[in-house]
Write a protein that binds this ligand. Structure first.
Ligand SMILES: CC(C)=CCC/C(C)=C/CC/C(C)=C/CC/C(C)=C/CC/C(C)=C/CC/C(C)=C/CC/C(C)=C/COP(=O)(O)OP(=O)(O)O
Length: 359
């Protein structure tokens, strides 16, 4: 895998991804995010409306990050893919916010809300729609509208039938993680047992690392991106999902690292707090970055997957307060495209901070 041509392939993949992202994907993502804002503005309940609007504003970086996977698609399927990616992440961020409210922090309610994610990626199955467990949805149909738009977009992807079972299985893990994480406030025994049970056989993942992988949306994005190609098979979809385990673990552990100070203040569960100290955290995240990159490079369009994973890592490293200690080793392990990505994402963050503090 580490051939002489790799730096050239990496540079070419980065140049193509960056050009495509800023010229063709980012403008479409901005349109799609505006559409989500329009839907949120129509929520009748003022508290839910404010929560949805604030969530779209605060987590805009997540939506723009999800959109990065649209660089993998040709022009013909880019728009539906982008609608599916942004829609899916918007649903995830919204239900993640709702479930942090004590009203929803109960397993049946949390699971019911997160069912929106399962419906969003399975257009061949009738949707549940009963996300709040009430006759009339208190959000005036906001969540249902996001789900319907995502389903319609997924249905337009030629390989969606091959992707669906595997995507459904990954979404089931995301839901299980969210239910454990948000409804078991102090005792993490069940989450630890579950995390250990889902670690891929033969992997050296600790329970909180496999739990982090389960929580990540990256595998679903990668599956949707490959569903934009006609030749996707069920076996290839499974390989993509498995290859994304280290990248997913890195993703949600970096999210946890970026949130560490806030989590210490609020007493929220912090996945990185399970490491012994800062040195072990940096060492493990560096190992995960190395494996994530190696596994990504083995996939079809591997150099582009590796480029997106490096950008994802840098998206968080640009937001970590003690980045000078953790960033160099992790960024180096993410490969040669990490340096320019980190620069771009630091500039993006500084510009975002000039208008409003955002991740
Ligand atoms: C395309 C490309 C690579 C071009 C090169 C040029 C360049 C660098 C462009 C920048 C493009 C860009 C923005 C890339 C970012 C890539 C990327 C994939 C970022 C990931 C963003 C993302 C999807 C984040 C989602 C985070 C997440 C999993 C949220 C769901 C909720 C959850 C599980 C949160 C964590 O748990 P919790 O304990 O609830 O914590 P919170 O308090 O945070 O909720």
């Amino acid at each position: 895998m580490h051939t002489e041509t790799q730096p050239i392939a990496a540079a070419a993949a980065f140049a193509l991804a960056a050009a495509r992202y800023w010229s063709a994907v980012w403008p479409l993502a901005a349109c799609e995010i505006r559409r989500c804002h329009q839907l949120a503005a129509a929520i009748p309940d003022p508290r839910l409306r404010a929560a949805a609007q604030e969530n779209l504003r605060d987590e805009r970086g997540n939506l723009e990050g999800a959109a990065a996977y649209a660089v993998l698609a040709g022009r013909g399927h880019r728009r539906p893919l982008l609608e599916a990616l942004v829609g899916f992440q918007a649903i995830y961020d919204y239900v993640d916010t709702l479930v942090e409210h004590p009203d929803h922090a109960e397993p049946t309610r949390a699971r019911r809300l997160h069912q929106a994610l399962a419906d969003a990626v399975s257009p061949a199955t009738p949707p549940t729609r009963d996300y709040y467990g009430t006759v009339h949805a208190p959000d005036g149909g906001y969540l249902t509208a996001l789900v319907s738009r995502c389903r319609s977009a997924v249905a337009l992807l030629p390989g969606h039938r091959a992707a669906e079972p595997v995507a459904g299985e990954r979404v089931a893990r995301m839901i299980a993680y969210q239910v454990h994480n948000h409804t078991e406030q102090t005792d993490r025994t069940a989450l630890a047992a579950w995390g250990a049970a889902i670690a891929p056989p033969g992997s050296d993942l600790r329970w909180w690392e496999s739990a982090a992988a389960a929580a990540s949306s990256l595998a679903v994005f990668a599956l949707l991106a490959h569903a934009a190609r006609k030749d996707l098979t069920g076996a290839a979809a499974s390989e993509i999902a498995e290859a994304y385990v280290p990248a997913g673990a890195l993703h949600v552990l970096l999210d946890s690292l970026a949130d560490r100070t806030a989590d210490e203040r609020t007493g929220d569960h912090s996945l990185v707090s399970h490491y012994r100290d800062q040195a072990e955290t940096t060492a493990r995240l560096t190992e995960l970055a190395t494996t994530a990159r190696e596994r990504a490079l083995q996939l079809p369009a591997g150099a582009t997957h590796a480029t997106i994973i490096a950008a994802m890592g840098c998206y968080y490293l640009a937001a970590v307060d003690d980045a000078p200690r953790a960033a160099p080793a992790i960024a180096a392990a993410l490969g040669p495209t990490a340096r320019p990505s980190l620069l771009i994402l630091r500039v993006r963050r500084a510009l975002a901070h000039r208008s409003a503090p955002a991740r």
